[in-house]
Design a protein around this ligand. Structure first.
Ligand SMILES: CC(C)(COP(=O)(O)OP(=O)(O)OC[C@H]1O[C@@H](n2cnc3c(N)ncnc32)[C@H](O)[C@@H]1OP(=O)(O)O)[C@@H](O)C(=O)NCCC(=O)NCCS
Length: 181
């Protein structure tokens, strides 16, 4: 593992102003009811994805101060089923920022409404892009990475960002070849 630099550090290529990670951290809870589940009482994956998208929007909009759109979702693995009558908690924070985009990390946990052990059911990484009043991507404030945990999330997010850009480049190259014959 690479050494941790002196913290805090400022990351991003957007506006000169900055916000700490804590400025935009959000937590939401929701009781899973019959309309959220199939006939077996298992919660639909799409219900969880909608909650993830919503909280990522709130987190990104708080950081950027601009309305945002979802550019992409990374792969999502559901580690265990969530049942009707469980309380789902989603927690979001900004992991890293580029010029106009932000990677939001979302952690999902579930526990019985009556209380008891909480279990981690999945984590997702959502890329949100801030928009100007004409609907074009616009620069976002830099991110102040203050703690060792925030630095670890930032470093992992930068690795994912590099992998995403590389994949997008390769896909574009393949499409270009096809179009060119
Ligand atoms: C996301 C969107 C605004 C990007 O527009 P664009 O013209 O490609 O803009 P750019 O090429 O300038 O990219 C803007 C930023 O988005 C990032 N980005 C674009 N497509 C991306 C993707 N598929 N995954 C991750 N990041 C992406 C770029 O890396 C760039 O980040 P940076 O400024 O931090 O370096 C545009 O594709 C869009 O509006 N998509 C629809 C979004 C939407 O409606 N979502 C809800 C679905 S119902």
């Amino acid at each position: 593992m690479s050494a941790i630099p002196d913290l805090p550090i400022l990351v991003g290529k957007g506006r000169d102003e900055s916000h700490p990670v804590s400025h935009s951290q959000v937590t939401m809870t929701q009781l899973m009811a019959p309309q959220d589940t199939n006939l077996m009482g298992n919660v639909f994956g799409g219900v969880i994805l909608a909650a993830v998208d919503r909280i990522a929007y709130v987190c990104a909009t708080r950081h950027s101060g601009r309305p945002c759109v979802t550019a992409s979702f990374d792969q999502v693995d559901f580690r265990s089923a969530i049942q009707i009558g469980e309380v789902v908690t989603v927690q979001a924070s900004v992991n890293t920022v580029g010029r106009t985009s932000m990677e939001i990390g979302v952690r999902v946990t579930a526990e019985p409404v009556t209380g008891g052990d909480s279990r981690h059911t999945n984590s997702c990484y959502v890329t949100m892009v801030a928009l100007d009043p004409d609907g074009r991507p616009c620069a976002v404030p830099k991110l102040e990475v203050q703690t060792e945990d925030e630095y670890r999330r930032y470093r992992d997010a930068e690795e994912r960002r590099a992998a995403r850009l590389e994949l997008a480049k390769r896909r574009q190259g393949r499409r270009g070849k096809k179009a060119g014959g």
